[in-house]
Design a protein around this ligand. Structure first.
Ligand code: NAD
Ligand code: UDP
Length: 344
């Protein structure tokens, strides 16, 4: 087995910078693909705050530079417009592979491209990790469990996924991405981490991403009808963004991989309960209406997080009510003119 680089990359700055003054004894150069997106932008901020150098790679398919405008100009932050389906080369110590459209509306817009982003994207990043001996974390998803027949879902559950449905481009793309991670580990000793992220919400979400938390809050704030798909009895387990980002960083910092890791809040809610809570917290006059359930919509989703609790002492600390209050405040003050609707 090849030795991982033991020394962090040292960057020489030609002129004294704020960065040099702040620089801790040991820091890493970290590549975040999809770094301009919802999770990626929070991750970039947290890594910079820890003193690392961050390279953010994004093609802005579901995001825009305004998401990270506060980071542009930071001496340890670099922004690269790039598509992960093309090979990319750079020196780095760690890679967070976050690039992929994540909301059903976004990933179904161009489903063939969605599969390519997952599969070619992770292949390119695993190739890079192998070449520079970087540790790589793949942003996988609870969607690898499909429409689960067991609840809660442990990492040992193999899932129940339709290979040919409207969600398959995302679910199967992410499943192949996991396969590639574990094959690169077995075949090439690449140091991998796989995070199975459950529905995450919070400030920084795209106001037109079509995800349930976004739709309900936007509708409630504008006193529009709340669109409940199906009977609203399907369940999700919502995790606040700060908890997910904390889990991602903890997972990356684990000494070795123990297999895929569920990152989610084990508290399960029906979508109807979410709608009622949003109406209560916004004080909205909105009415709940029912629309048809989209194809292959999972009926239940709830993580078993025993592995995360045991191996990295991680569990979410923000509960839904508290996280929604922060998210509602974000949407209330958001300048919507900066964002494109899917119909624009
Ligand atoms: P997001 O859409 O806000 O962010 C994805 C980012 O990837 C965007 O900035 C987008 O422009 C970029 N991107 C898309 N295609 C790209 C390409 N070809 N090349 C370069 N960049 C590209 O979504 P998010 O919620 O921040 O999700 C981030 C990652 O986490 C995704 O991989 C997603 O599958 C995973 N995930 C998210 C959740 C969640 O609830 N947010 C749940 C499970 C998994
Ligand atoms: N949903 C809903 N109304 C909406 C958007 C979504 O009832 O306006 C439902 C959707 O059918 C699903 C759940 O909310 O059952 C979560 O949807 P989302 O798109 O946020 O993510 P998913 O977990 O399905 O990928």
């Amino acid at each position: 087995q090849k030795e991982r680089r033991s020394q962090p990359v040292h960057i020489a700055y030609s002129t004294p910078s704020r960065c040099e003054l702040e620089k801790p004894a040991e820091f890493k150069r970290i590549l975040v693909t999809g770094g301009a997106g919802f999770l990626g932008s929070h991750l970039c901020r947290r890594l910079l705050a820890q003193g690392h150098e961050v390279m953010c790679l994004d093609n802005y398919f579901t995001s825009q530079r305004t998401n990270i405008s506060d980071l542009i100009g930071h001496p340890r932050f670099e922004l690269i417009r790039y598509d992960v389906t093309e090979p990319f080369f750079c020196e780095c110590d760690q890679i967070y592979n976050m690039a992929c459209p994540a909301s059903p509306v976004h990933y179904q817009f161009n489903p063939i491209k969605t599969t390519k982003v997952s599969v070619l994207g992770v292949m390119n990043m695993l190739g890079l990790a192998k070449r520079v001996k970087a540790r790589i974390l793949q942003a996988s998803t609870s969607e690898v469990y499909g429409d689960p027949e067991v609840s809660p879902q442990t990492e040992a559950y193999w899932g129940h996924v339709n290979t040919i449905g409207v969600r398959s481009c995302y679910d199967e793309g992410k499943r192949v991405a996991e396969t590639l991670c574990f094959d690169y580990m077995r075949q090439h000793n690449v140091d991998i981490r796989v995070a199975r992220i459950f529905n995450t919400y919070g400030p920084g979400m795209h106001p037109y991403d079509g995800r349930v938390v976004t739709n309900f809050i936007m509708q409630a704030l504008h006193n529009e009808d709340i669109t409940l798909y199906g009977d609203g009895q399907q369940t999700r387990s919502f995790t606040f963004v700060d908890d997910t980002v904390d889990g991602l960083i903890r997972l990356m910092e684990q000494e070795k991989t123990v297999g895929p890791m569920n990152l989610g809040n084990p508290n399960e809610f029906t979508v109807r309960q979410l709608a009622e809570l949003v109406i209560e917290l916004t004080g909205s006059k909105s009415k709940i209406i029912h629309l048809p359930l989209p194809g292959d919509d999972p009926k239940q989703r709830r993580p078993d997080i025993t592995r995360a609790r045991t191996f990295m002492q991680w569990e979410p600390t923000t509960q839904l009510r508290e996280g929604l209050v922060k998210t509602i405040e974000y949407f209330r003050t958001l300048d919507l003119r900066a964002y494109k609707k899917p119909t624009d």
